[in-house]
Design a protein around this ligand. Structure first.
Ligand SMILES: Nc1ncnc2c1ncn2[C@@H]1O[C@H](COP(=O)(O)OP(=O)(O)OP(=O)(O)O)[C@@H](O)[C@H]1O
Ligand SMILES: [Mg+2]
Length: 330
């Protein structure tokens, strides 16, 4: 089966007065039709930039400088802005982190959803308002017809995020990208939003990419997890493999910081000291080596490539000289 989205060797550079600073350094990722992929990693590892590059929304002076990102057969990185704009919303829905900055505060939510529909499909206004009410109902907003008339500040944080999801779903996309859509919400509401997206994915057969800091949160939604570190994928595996046999020392460190899992008998880093490298200041070898308690001389000399883990699930890949040969040892 060919992937719906296949990113190969993606590099992204920040243009600085002193020259380009590499921030995404050769990312490989694939998402199958109907699959949900969780992307985890510390702040600043390039999660948002990677996804924004796909839909032509990189900030000023930040550019995709290499690689490809094939979506349904087309290379998104090579598409003109106008074609990307059409694809955005219609085939790829995007949910951003903070609804208060993404929603227009002085526009009623119904108008905002209708505007997305009119923009994407040229629907007439009355039909768009009708569809907007259906979408609000779909994302679990009570009395959707009344809510069409509400302004964003009149809704709770959870309800606003549901409105953002409704906008993301407006064009019935094949791929929904959610960039930390629940970080601003309390834990119970976060879980409700995750359940909602899982339900919508199952009903519509969408693919989902869900970016988060929080491995535990997406355990119930993701089929597969990609762990990013300093602009590269360091481990990629089915979700159960990530939890049962985490192999990269960074993944083990992330899991060790989850309170619910600390009682499990597993050799893990108790926590991860230090900070990731700044863009443009990557070490010559493995980017994680300076923080890694297992690092050996080889780790400073060359960058490990993402490769299959012998004896583990065939979809389990890891970029580590030290642990990759362990067969996904628990
Ligand atoms: N607009 C910008 N201008 C300059 N540098 C930027 C900009 N946006 C991002 N960066 C740099 O690129 C790095 C990666 O950014 P990105 O937003 O992709 O991180 P992230 O993994 O999404 O982090 P977070 O979890 O905090 O959202 C950041 O650490 C920052 O150094
Ligand atoms: Mg981000």
């Amino acid at each position: 089966m060919s992937a719906l989205l296949e990113i190969r060797g993606l590099t992204i550079d920040i243009e600085r007065d002193t020259g380009p600073a590499r921030v995404v350094d050769g990312i490989d990722l694939a998402v199958e039709e109907g699959e949900s992929l969780g992307i985890v990693g510390e702040s600043g590892c390039g999660k948002s930039l990677t996804m924004l590059s796909l839909v032509g929304l990189l900030p000023n002076r930040i550019r995709a400088t290499g690689g490809s990102a094939r979506f349904a057969g087309q290379d998104l990185l090579a598409l003109p802005q106008e074609a990307l704009r059409k694809l955005r919303g219609s085939q790829i829905g995007f949910i951003f982190q903070d609804p208060m900055t993404s929603l227009n505060p002085v526009m009623r939510v119904g108008e905002q959803i209708a505007e997305a529909l009119i923009h994407q499909s040229g629907m007439a206004k009355p039909a768009a308002m009708e569809r907007a009410a259906e979408l609000l109902e779909l994302v679990g907003i009570p009395s959707p017809r009344d809510r069409l008339m509400a302004y964003p500040h009149e809704l709770s944080g959870g309800m606003r995020q549901r409105v953002m999801i409704a906008i993301g779903l407006a064009g019935s996309p094949r791929l929904l990208i959610a960039d930390e859509p629940t970080t601003a919400l309390d834990v119970t509401i976060q879980a409700q939003i995750v359940d909602l997206v899982r339900d919508l994915k199952d009903r519509f057969g969408m693919s989902v990419v869900w970016i988060t800091h929080d491995l535990a949160l997406i355990a119930g939604l993701a089929d597969r997890i990609a762990v990013l570190y300093a602009g590269t994928v360091v481990e990629d595996a089915p979700v159960e493999v990530i939890f049962d046999r985490p192999t990269h020392p960074y993944t083990r460190g992330l899991l060790a910081s989850l309170p619910t899992l600390t009682d499990r008998p597993m050799t893990r880093l108790p926590s991860i000291g230090g900070t990731p490298p700044e863009p443009g200041r990557r070490p010559p070898g493995c980017p994680f080596a300076p923080r890694c308690t297992l690092a050996e001389a080889a780790c400073d000399a060359a960058v490990p490539k993402l490769a299959a883990v012998p004896g583990s699930d065939p979809r389990h890949r890891v970029a580590c000289f030290v642990t990759a040969g362990e067969g996904g040892r628990a």
